[in-house]
Design a protein around this ligand. Structure first.
Ligand code: FAD
Ligand code: EPU
Length: 373
């Protein structure tokens, strides 16, 4: 292996909540061809491999007994173009927002509503990132993978049906087999902890069709046009991207200034029957009857978790160094970078979950992946 791992390495620079955490070993993967060497190294040390991008969707405990692999691989390759689409293969270590900007500049459309989401390309399919009326799922064609050491993919017959190989032997999964849903995918289920995403093949449009379904986005663009409703003729992809960037900057704390991991809980999804019970008890609760645009259409009613948390009195409230943000009650923030531990995060989260369950009869699900806490 070129480049040696760092033992007992601090993970504070590698998680946006800036939690105090240490990895048994830390390795930075800069080139794809270092991968076999890294995996051999992990096997020699008898450590599992935990991949990380920018650590913007994780809660890390005090000690992660693993080889933590920071994925930095770079490369954006156009594989094919048709009359109305371009197929682009993007290395897992590319910065997500920079890739979105690149696409808008080159007239590759579909991702503009997902601007300014922190993180790297390789993590984006894990929770099917979504914002402002768009999810990544329908824009993905396939995802290239490398089995993590010890994953034994070949012993699971269900996985055999969805994992495929290219003629030159590269392992991939087609988007249609990824079980994408709201903040969910096969990478959080059968493939959890089993694969490294090495690159993502996107199918992007070359004709711009704006998605203006999200009320806050429509209102923003309409206000900019003196009250006129925005439509395909009046807005460009750059307008949509810039609007999303502006809205996000007013609502969400910048992790570089106030450490956080974005939404700490998922919004609550209820089916018809559950919604009937909920709305009778809480007739003034906001809700959305439509899912975000995506492959899974089963979502019926989404209750904003931010509203539930705010109603329970947690907005702008701190418990020690952790608080729920005063502009967006769904975002947990840490005002003591490098001095807060994952256990405290989970304890605060449980307090919120318990209060919301008592008041509203629904359970909030933690969104970030928790390791060792
Ligand atoms: P990490 O946090 O490093 O990793 C997340 C998980 O993915 C971990 O389990 C990790 O092991 C796994 N993983 C990472 N890379 C790979 C890989 N190459 N192969 C296999 N597994 C891998 N999310 C949204 O969906 N919508 C939003 O609007 C949004 N806004 C946010 C705003 C802020 C301020 C913040 C801090 C976060 C926000 N997020 C949002 C969450 C987060 O940005 C996304 O989930 C993002 O995709 C995480 O990328 P990452 O590189 O930081 O992943
Ligand atoms: N609201 C409150 N109090 C608040 C904030 C919001 O009551 O402090 C209510 C309002 O009714 C508001 C509604 O919640 O209309 C929705 O708020 P917002 O538009 O800010 O979106 P969200 O549902 O809270 C989700 C995603 C975000 C994504 C935005 C935009 C989840 C868990 N979160 O937040 O994703 O950026 O929509 O699409 O689905 C993330 O995952 O980290 C993230 C930031």
């Amino acid at each position: 292996m070129s480049g040696v791992g760092k033992n007992n390495a601090s993970l504070e620079p590698h998680n946006t909540l800036k939690l105090q955490s240490q990895a048994s070993t830390l390795v930075e993967l800069n080139k794809h061809d270092q991968l076999d060497g890294v995996f051999e190294y992990a096997k020699d040390l008898n450590l599992s491999v935990v991949p990380l991008g920018e650590g913007s969707n994780v809660v890390l405990g005090e000690h992660i007994e693993a080889l933590v692999l920071i994925v930095n691989t770079q490369g954006i390759k156009v594989l094919d173009t048709t009359d109305n689409a371009v197929y682009v293969d993007v290395a897992a270590g590319e910065n997500w927002h920079d890739f979105v900007v690149h696409c808008v500049e080159l007239g590759w459309h579909g991702l503009e509503n997902l601007a300014l989401i922190p993180g790297k390309v390789g993590a984006a399919p894990i929770q099917n990132i979504g914002a402002y009326g768009v999810e990544i799922a329908p824009l993905i064609e396939r995802i290239y993978l490398a089995p993590l050491p010890g994953s034994e993919l070949d012993v699971d017959p269900n996985l055999q049906e969805v994992l495929q190989r290219t003629d030159d032997g590269n392992l991939f999964i087609a988007a249609g087999d990824c079980q994408f849903a709201y903040r969910n995918s096969i990478f959080k289920k059968a493939l959890r902890d089993k694969v490294l995403i090495t690159s993502v093949l996107f199918k992007l449009g070359t004709r711009f069709k704006p998605v203006l379904t999200y009320p806050a986005l429509r209102d923003y663009l309409s206000a900019q046009a003196n009250g006129l409703q925005p439509d395909q003729a009046s807005v460009s992809a750059t307008d949509v991207m810039n609007a999303v960037i502006s809205i996000r900057r007013t609502k969400l704390p910048d992790p570089a200034e106030l450490p956080n991991a974005g939404s700490f809980f998922k919004n609550v999804v209820l089916d018809d029957e559950q919604f009937d019970v909920f709305v009778k008890r809480h007739p003034h609760a906001p809700y959305y009857a439509q899912p975000l645009a995506g492959i899974d259409q089963s979502i019926q009613y989404k209750i904003p978790a931010a509203w539930l948390i705010e109603q329970c009195g947690f907005k702008g409230i701190y418990d020690g160094n952790l608080g729920m943000h005063n502009q967006q009650a769904l975002v947990m923030v840490n005002r003591a970078a490098g001095r807060t531990q994952g256990d405290a995060v989970i304890a605060f989260a449980e307090r919120i979950q318990q209060t919301v369950a008592e008041w509203f009869g629904v359970r909030l699900e933690i969104e970030p992946r928790c390791y060792a806490c």
